[in-house]
Ligand binder design. Sequence first.
Ligand code: ADP
Ligand code: ZN
Ligand code: ZN
Length: 743
Amino acid sequence: MDKAKLYADVIIDVSIDKLDRPFSYRIPERLSGIIKVGSRVRIPFGAGNKEKKGYVTALRDTSGYDDEKIKDIIGIVEGSTEALDVSFEIAAYLKETYGGTLSQALKVVVPAKAKAKPLEIKILVRKMDSDHLLSLADEAHRKKQTARERLLRALIENERIPSQWISAKLRVSSQTVISVIKSGAAFMETSSEYRKPGITEIRSAAPISLNDAQKKIVDSISRDMDEGISGKYLIHGVTGSGKTEVYLRLAEKAVLMGRQVIFLIPEIALTYQTLARFYARFGDRVSVLNSSMTPGERFDQCERAKSGDIDIIIGPRSALFTPFPNTGLIIMDEEHEASYKSESTPKYHAREAACRICRLMGASLVMGSATPSLETYSAALRGEVILFELNERAGGGDLARTEIVDLRKELSSGNRSMFSRRLKTLMDESLSRGEQVMLFLNRRGFSGQVSCRECGKAIMCPHCDVPMSLHTGSRLICHYCGEISEKPAVCPSCSSKYLAAIKAGTEQVEERIHKMYPGVKTLRMDKDTTSAKGAYDRILSSFSNGEAQILIGTQMIVKGHDFPNVTLIGILVADLSLGTPDYRSSERTFQLLAQAAGRAGRGEKPGYAVIQTYQPDAYAITCAAAQDYRKFYEEEMAYRESAGYPPAVHMLAIQLFGTDEKKVSLLAAYLRDVIKSNGAKMVLGPAPGNISRIRDYYRFVIYIKSPETDELTRVREYAEDYLDGKDINGMFVQFDLDPVNQI
Ligand code: ADP
Ligand code: ZN
Ligand code: ZN
C-alpha cells in the first residue's frame, strides 16, 4: 500500500471567483488514510479561521508552501460520502464550458447531504376477498361512481397499492380512498421502508412484440453496445410511434450488460403512464427523482445509485448527475424541451453535459422527439448523430386531420366570435356524440393586468418592468417578485376611475363556451387554476374520468397526456406565440402546434385538429398542420443561417444586473469595448433585457456570436478576469452559452 499522503488540496464552498482554486491543507495523523479524493471536509479558513466546508480534489506528498502557514483539516463532514472522481471531471467541464465557479459546478453535480427524515410511504392494503370487492365494484358501477369503481377493481388485482399510484396512475381522489377504507374494503399502511416500497405490479402489460421499424432501431443500437461503440442516436418519431417501447428495450439491454441507465424526461412530461411502464419492466430496480423531493430524498436516491441498489433512474435534468458506478446508457426523451437548459449558473444544457458524461463513461446517448431541436437534427444530418425515424403510430390509430382556419376571413365575413364557423361545427358534432374537446390558447404573459381605459397605461410593479396581475378580490400581485398591493381606486397616471382588468384568455374562452353550450361541463387549466398543490393532477383526472366534456387551457394541456375520448382539439389563436421577440418563437410555435395536433385521435375514434390563425401562411403553422418536420427544419435553418442564430452559430449572452441603472449600463458598455478590443467580431449590444428590470435590478445584455464555442469560452474567461479586477459592488454578471430564451 502507498504511504499515506500528508497534504490535501481542498475546494472551499464559496461562490467568490477569487477563492475558486484549491487551497492546501495538512492531513492530521488521526485522519491519515481516511481522507480521500472526493472527501467532504471541514477546514479553517481566512484570518479568523472561520470553519468552512469543502471537497478534497487531490492528495499530495508535499504542499509547496511554507509548512508553518499550512493549516490542519478539522475533520470529515459527518454523514457525508465521497464524490466520485468522475464528478470532479464533470464539474470541471461545466465550469469551463458554462462559467461560474468550480464550487457552484460541484453543487450541481454532487448533491448535498441533508438531514433526511425517514421517508414514509403509504400503501393501501386489501382487506376483503375478491367476491365482496367485486360486488362493491358492481354497485359503484351502477351508481356511476367511476373513480370508486376503478379503485375497487384495482384492489381485486393488487393486494397492495402505494398511495402515489392511487392518485397519479389511477387518478382517484383522497376522498374516494377514505370512503373505500370506511367501507371496510382496505386499510392504509404506513411504511418507512423506502428502499423496497413493495410496489405490486399494477397490471404489467403483456409483452409487446416490436414492429419492424422499432426492431431495426433496437438491433442497431444493441449491436453498437455489444461492440463497445458508444454512439449518439436520435429517434425522430411522432407521439405514439413507440419510442418509449424502444427506450425500454435498450434499457433492458444495458442492464443485462451490467450497466446503469439514466432516463431523462422534462418535468412536465413525467407522467405516470411512462413511470408505470418502467416499473412494470424493472420493478424496484428503478427509482425516480423529481423536483418535489427534499434534498434528503434526492441524496438518498444518489446513495442507492452509488451502492448498486438500483439500475435505472428516471428524472428531469438534474438526474443526469446520478452517480452510478458504470452508466451505460443515457436516454433523453423530448430532447427539444427548453427545460433541459439550466437557468442558474452554471447554465448548462443537459444534452451537451450528457454527451460529455457519455464520453467519460463510454456510454450511449439516445435522444427522442417528435419535433427534434434544430441542434440535434442538424447534427444528425451532418452524421454526428445517427438518425432513426418512426413514422407510424405503433398502437394503430391515425394522426388527427388538421385544418387551418384563416381568422381574417372569419372577421371579414362578419364572424367576430373567437370560434370560427368550422370549429363551431366540429364542436357541435363532437359534443353531440358525447366525445371530448380540448381548446388550447397559447397565451402567455400579462393576462389579468389592470389597465386604464382613458390613458391606456397598465398598473406596473414598482420593482419590475412588468404589469401587476389582479387576483381574487382587489389584490394586485407581481408574478416576478411577489409584490402585493391593493388595486387603486383611480389610475395612478391620469386619475381616471375607469380601471379594468383584462381577463385571462382562458377565462374568457370558458365564459363564451358556457353561453354557447349551457349545461356542458368544462374544466380550465392555466396558471390560476393550477397554483394549488395537486390541482394539476385533479383537473387531468376529472377530465379523463369524463367529468367534463371540454378542457380549456394553456400549453399545460398539450404535453404528454392521453385522452382516448378526445376527438377534437381547437387551437384558438395559433400565432400568439409567433410574435414574441425571441429567435426561437417559430420553433416553439411549431413544436406546440405539432404536439397539440397529436393530442386528438389517439384512441380508436378519428380526430380533428383545427388551427385558427391570422397568419395562415407562416411556415411554423403550415408545417405543423401538415406534420412536416423536415420542411419546417429547412425553412427555420435557413432563417437561423441568414440571421446568425444558433445552431448556425454559437452565441454567448452576458447579462449584467444592478440596482443603479446608470452604473450597470456604463459597466456593460465598458465590457463590450473590452471584448471588442480583444478581438471578438460579432458583438451586439449592450441593450436592456426583454424585461428591463426585475426586483429593482436593471438588466443589460450583450450578445457575442461565433462559429466556434472555443472563441466564446475565451471571451468569457477574458470577461471574468476583467470583472475580477474591478470594483463592481452592487452589480453582478451572468454568462449564458447558447441561451434557449432570448433574454
Ligand atoms: P411514444 O413514446 O413514441 O409516444 P409509445 O412507446 O408510448 O410511443 O407507444 C404508443 C402506444 O403504442 C403505447 O400504448 C404502446 O404500448 C403501444 N405500442 C408501442 N409499440 C408497439 C408495438 N410494437 N405493437 C403494438 N403496440 C405498441
Ligand atoms: Zn389613466
Ligand atoms: Zn415585481
